[in-house]
Ligand binder design. Structure first.
Ligand code: PGA
Length: 254
């Protein structure tokens, strides 16, 4: 299998203690090590990145971060640079998450973050998604504009270091995920926009994940019918029994 599926766990601001972080990582590690078709990335809060790493063992999952500064280093109180993350073993960084966008992150700031991530040789997991769906298709225009602004200034030759996470905002932290058939349609749409921005080949190669209320019950069907390359999972990624089941459900899809 050329490309394994990618399941990225975004722990958000969870759990409360380093001990709990170690416990979640340990359970995830045991399951991740048994998967055949699936690659796992765990994105803990910054202080818990080291808790997610197994001592003396090659980790069966990759480490990611939830955000990063667009500055190199120096006088930026409270910020974390991409080099710091790389030195901790992080290979992935999420950029443009809707919760950060809602807190004031601008398209310009996001595109600068993405550039920093990909230029440092890490993979940017770039979140895009509409706030609401509209029967006249206005959400498609919204998404197109959002993607163009988000990727403005990102070097074209680094498109291969981007993973697209399509996350309709109305489905994040919600009761239900988007229907798998719609996930399929929308994943094709965002791939097409990506191709318009970065060229046909990049559009063909980019991996598209779905995120928004994915859990162990719906994950397999979203992969199967939604035909996405993976999932970005919030709440269920820190609910270890659920995440273990979710990983197994994804891995068994042919
Ligand atoms: P959720 O979050 O799985 O809790 O809906 C997804 C996300 O915000 O990435």
């Amino acid at each position: 299998m050329a490309n394994k599926r990618l399941v990225i766990g975004n722990w958000k601001m969870n759990p409360e203690t380093f001990e709990d972080a170690k416990r979640i990582a340990r359970k995830t590690r045991i399951t991740a090590g048994k998967l055949v078709r699936t690659e796992v990335v765990v994105c803990p809060p910054f202080p818990f990145i080291s808790a997610a790493k197994a001592r003396n063992l090659p980790a069966p999952f990759h480490i990611g971060a939830q955000s990063v500064s667009f500055d190199e280093g120096g006088p930026h109180t409270g910020e974390v640079s991409v080099k710091m993350l790389a030195s901790l073993g992080a290979e992935y960084v999420i950029a443009g998450h809707s919760e950060e966008r809602a807190a004031g992150d601008t398209d310009d700031a996001i595109s600068r973050r993405i550039s920093k991530i990909v230029e440092a040789g890490l993979t940017a997991v770039v979140c895009v998604g509409e706030k609401v769906r509209d029967e006249n298709g206005a959400h498609l225009d919204f998404l197109k504009d959002q993607m163009k602004a988000t990727f403005a200034g990102v070097p074209e030759d680094k498109a291969g270091r981007v993973v697209l996470a399509y996350e309709p905002i109305w489905a994040i932290g919600a009761k239900d995920a988007m229907q798998p058939e719609q996930v399929y349609e929308m994943s094709l749409f965002v791939k097409k926009i990506f191709a318009d921005i970065f060229g046909q080949e990049a559009g063909h190669k980019v991996r598209v994940l779905y995120g928004g209320s994915v859990n162990f019950r719906n994950a397999g069907e979203i992969i199967k019918t939604g035909k996405v390359d993976g999932l970005l999972v919030g709440r269920e990624s820190v609910n270890t029994p659920g995440f273990v089941e979710l990983l197994r459900a994804v891995d068994v899809v042919e």
